[in-house]
Write a protein that binds this ligand. Structure first.
Ligand code: CTP
Ligand code: CA
Length: 217
């Protein structure tokens, strides 16, 4: 019922959202990942659909069912997520990067299981592309919203990321408030300063965030 009565602030807008964690395979049975449930990104996808947007969700690993009415593309690794985002970005009005994208992946993925032998094992990692930074540097980028999940110096680190990646808006949250929870406590950071939102269910946070985005378009 509540969903049905959302003001259609995003009618006619196309929005692409990344969500969940990426998995970077070491061998066929082992991977590097970030901890991310995907709940925040999926809540934003649902809220955007309820507000009238045309929604594409590029999902990493999550245990969630994609919300109704949303086009879902699954992308397990950071490289696949990058490709799927770039293939779909041209016509988008808004891009929201909620995914916990792995910063590094194994330099080589072994085709067979690695067998244990020595007392220590080192793994060479190489840097992944920064998806949101690349989207924000396109010649005519969509309105880009980043997320910053930090364990310390929340507002300082988040604002530094916003400026470095050239994002008009970033959502700052502490990992202890966000991770795996149904609720979240966030701050919206834009060129006008810091806007704290009250602690609330992720779907409510999603609606407030998208209302703020709509007001900035
Ligand atoms: N992001 C991305 N592609 C990456 C890494 C991050 O699109 N390869 C996006 C995330 O989806 C998020 C924002 O960038 O919207 C910030 O991610 P975060 O991991 O907090 O920032 P990093 O720039 O990777 O910095 P660090 O992990 O060193 O704190
Ligand atoms: Ca990172």
């Amino acid at each position: 019922i509540e969903a049905y009565f959302q003001p259609k602030l995003l009618k006619g807008k196309k929005i692409l959202i990344t969500a969940g964690a990426t998995l970077e395979m070491i061998d066929p049975v082992r991977a590097i990942t970030n901890l991310s449930s995907g709940k925040m990104g999926y809540a934003i996808a649902q809220a955007a659909y309820e507000m009238g947007a045309d929604v594409t969700l590029v999902s990493g690993a999550t245990a969630l069912n994609p919300p109704n009415g949303v086009r879902n593309i699954s992308a397990t690794s950071a490289a696949t997520m990058y490709q799927n985002v770039m293939q779909n970005i041209a016509s988008q009005d808004i891009f929201i990067g909620v995914a916990a994208v792995a910063d590094y992946s194994p330099a080589q993925t072994q085709q067979q299981k690695i067998k244990k032998s020595e007392q220590s094992l080192s793994l060479e990692l190489s840097r992944n592309k920064d998806i949101i930074a690349e989207v924000a540097s396109l010649p005519s980028p969509p309105f880009c919203v980043g997320f910053a999940a930090e364990t310390e110096n929340l507002l300082e680190y988040a604002e530094a990321k916003r400026l470095k990646k050239k994002l008009p808006l970033i959502v700052a949250n502490l990992t202890s408030d966000a991770m795996g929870n149904d609720n979240n406590k966030v701050f919206l950071l834009d060129s006008n300063g810091t806007h704290p939102l009250e602690q609330a269910a992720k779907i409510e946070i999603a609606r407030s965030l998208l209302t703020h985005v709509a007001s900035m378009l």
